[in-house]
Design a protein around this ligand. Structure first.
Ligand SMILES: Nc1ncnc2c1ncn2[C@@H]1O[C@H](COP(=O)(O)OP(=O)(O)OP(=O)(O)O)[C@@H](O)[C@H]1O
Length: 342
């Protein structure tokens, strides 16, 4: 549905050139929530602004529903932009207008009649959970409520795509989760495609189906959220994943828990999707005469299912330990034998 090919943006200043976005290619499916994560300065904001041409690309193409956005003249671009909603970190509301008037604004610009505007705005107010606040001004609203107005306004012209530029970065953790839940429910209800720019791995974990990791203008990794979380390939993705769930990727200090029994192996088990719900340990103990000492573990939910990691020490007869590991592996749970326990 969205095809981004070889997209680049070079900013030329007096003394230097900055490649803010460097040859980025991404395909996004209809109804997908696609996350783009990167540290400050990675080029995320520039990238998202290139999609609706708030920023003009230096090179490359953005095609949405077969329309090449990059080649449109300004008149056609304006029309096409009505199908691309956008929300911002600092909400960008009109402070002299009420909630109702803010949401009605894009409809006024699109030339929608007063009675239709009223109907549509009421529908949107209901959708984002702001009933009763129609006549409030932005200054009278909390951050979460302001972003709900931003979302309603972005949806006014029934867009095909919603661009979210750090939409939860100014909110506290609880309000962030409320807004993320709202975005998921809108995505499901309207089958709306959402592109989410963020520096928070929690946002990706909670709502995205796929993710691209940006570093110095380039996409250094992209894939299903579960895959990137379980097996991050790039240095940047590894850093992000580790921040979110340090336990899973940090085996330092494990030596404090192992028995140092010569007849034991320390292994790391990776559970993905439905495997995370299995009672694997009791299953193994019913089948094999071994002891299992749980060292550390965690489980994290994502939009695409849960993933978890468990470090265990398996003790017993070496032959039986090997059989146990083979059995766990054959049941679909990935096993990594840890040779040197830190
Ligand atoms: N208008 C501009 N003129 C010159 N350089 C710019 C301009 N906008 C962005 N840049 C540079 O492009 C690079 C990418 O910036 P961008 O804001 O896209 O990154 P970001 O990942 O969104 O970071 P942040 O989250 O801090 O905004 C940075 O080096 C920035 O200084």
């Amino acid at each position: 549905m969205i095809s981004i090919k070889g997209l680049s943006k070079v900013f030329k200043t007096k003394h230097q050139e900055v490649k803010a976005v460097d040859d980025v290619s991404i395909n996004i499916d209809k109804g997908e929530i696609f996350g783009v994560i990167g540290y400050s300065g990675a080029g995320k904001s520039t990238f998202i602004r290139l999609i609706n041409r708030l920023e003009e690309p230096t090179n490359g193409d953005v095609t949405i529903n077969q329309t090449n956005i990059t080649s449109l003249n300004i008149g056609k671009l304006r029309k096409e932009r009505q199908k691309i909603g956008m929300i911002f970190q600092h909400f960008n509301l009109l402070w002299s207008r009420t909630v109702f008037e803010n949401i009605a604004f894009p409809l006024e610009i699109a030339g929608v009649s007063k009675s239709e505007r009223k109907e549509k705005v009421s529908e949107l107010i209901e959708l984002v959970g702001l009933k009763g606040r129609e006549n409030s001004y932005p200054s009278q609203l909390s951050g979460g409520q302001k972003q709900r107005v931003g979302i309603a306004r972005a949806l006014a012209n029934d867009p095909d795509v919603l661009l979210c530029d750090e939409a939860t970065s100014a909110l506290d953790p609880e309000t962030t989760d409320d807004i993320l839940d709202l975005l998921v429910s809108i995505n499901k209800k309207l089958n709306l495609t959402i592109i989410m720019i963020t520096h928070e791995m929690h946002v990706i974990q909670k709502i995205c189906h796929r993710v691209a990791v940006m570093d110095q203008g380039k996409v250094v990794e992209q894939g299903d959220v579960l895959d990137v979380f379980v097996k991050p390939q790039s240095k940047t993705a590894k850093r992000f994943v580790q921040q979110l769930s340090p336990l899973e990727h940090n085996q330092e200090g494990l030596h404090r828990f192992v028995t140092n029994d010569s007849n034991s192996e320390v292994v790391k088990l990776h559970f993905i999707g439905n495997d995370a719900k299995r009672a694997l340990i009791s299953d193994v103990l019913r089948k094999y005469v071994v002891d299992i000492n749980i060292l550390q573990g965690s489980i994290s939910p994502t939009q695409e299912g849960a993933y978890g990691t468990l470090y265990v020490e398996i003790s017993g007869d070496q032959k039986v330990i090997t059989e146990t590991i083979n059995y766990i592996q054959s049941s679909g749970v990935e096993v990594e034998v840890i040779q040197d326990v830190d």
